[in-house]
Design a protein around this ligand. Structure first.
Ligand code: ASP
Length: 291
């Protein structure tokens, strides 16, 4: 099911690019397919907070203009990635949060749904299991590294694209971490941490243990290694994931593409749902690290 949905999603973006569409539209529409699927931790399939609510985070960056937009903690926007793009295009700000961000999205005419739309049995069950684990162990670190629980927080969605005009774009959308408290915000809506795009270097979208991705400023760090040190996207992504995030104790990965169309998909986890299509239309879909 994951492979099928990834294929469907990336085909949507690819056909936009093939017809001369923008990387921004390709990223947005590709992410919509994953936000509409209950499989991924974004939109419909988002994980639940400790208060049995959902709080969705998303961000977008345009590599041509370095414009960016983000939302955090929204509860009613059906497609958070579109709300992030609306913040970029229709507001003087970069980041909106909470009820105000939902209100802004509604004023922009974006699709609004009751919170119940996002509640799936799978996520209700995983919240129960996380709460049980928390009571048993009492250690936030143990809960955060439990293999079952790590599995439950996986599934943040992201997309990066290079269009025929040579413009890069990156977007990321997530429900965050199961059982999150106190309006916790992860890396996904933070420009430079979970998302970054710059035509001079690359477009990056990250998934993983958000606190470590914020502290490592992952997406921008990859771009900076390319810009200031002349590293390739593969070298830069490898260095940041394995020599920075890993030693700090974090786990996760990134998808990235550079201004020449070179692709990087780096992770320090056992897998990451991922797909790419090159300019010839050749499709690759993978789940496990060593596929
Ligand atoms: N990065 C997301 C967050 O920390 C979760 C994930 O990608 O697994 O909110």
């Amino acid at each position: 099911a994951y492979r099928e949905t990834l294929t469907q999603a990336i085909q949507v973006g690819y056909s936009i690019l093939k017809q001369g569409g923008t990387s921004q539209e390709a990223v947005e529409k590709t992410i919509h397919v994953m936000e509409d699927s209950p499989l991924f931790n974004a939109g419909k399939g988002a994980v639940l907070t400790a208060d049995d609510t959902i709080e969705l985070d998303a961000s977008f960056m345009n590599g041509a203009t370095l414009d960016a937009g983000a939302i955090a903690g929204v509860q009613h926007v059906k497609h958070p990635i579109s709300a992030a793009i609306a913040v970029m295009e229709k507001s003087p700000h970069v980041m909106l949060s909470g009820a105000g961000a939902d209100q802004f999205a509604q004023e922009q005419g974006l699709e609004w749904v009751p919170s119940e739309y996002f509640f799936t049995e799978r996520r209700i069950n995983s919240l129960k299991r996380v709460k049980e684990a928390e009571q048993r162990r009492q250690s936030a670190v143990e809960v955060a590294t439990d293999p079952y629980l790590v599995q439950q927080r996986m599934g943040t969605v992201g997309c990066v694209a290079l269009d025929q005009q040579g413009n890069l774009a990156a977007g990321t959308s997530t429900g965050g971490m199961t059982n999150k408290k106190w309006n916790r915000i992860g890396d996904a809506p933070i420009i430079g941490a979970g998302t970054y795009a710059n035509n001079a270097t690359c477009a990056i979208s990250a998934t993983g243990w958000g606190e470590f991705f914020i502290r490592s400023v992952v997406a921008h760090d990859i771009s900076a290694l390319m810009e200031y040190k002349g590293l390739s996207i593969e070298q830069a992504a490898y260095q940041v994931i394995h020599e920075k995030v890993g030693p700090l104790g974090g786990d996760g990965g990134i998808v990235g593409i550079d201004s020449k169309g070179n692709i990087a998909m780096e992770m320090n986890t056992t897998g990451m749902y991922r797909a790419h299509i090159n300019a010839k239309g050749e499709l690759t879909v993978k789940i496990y690290k060593d596929e």
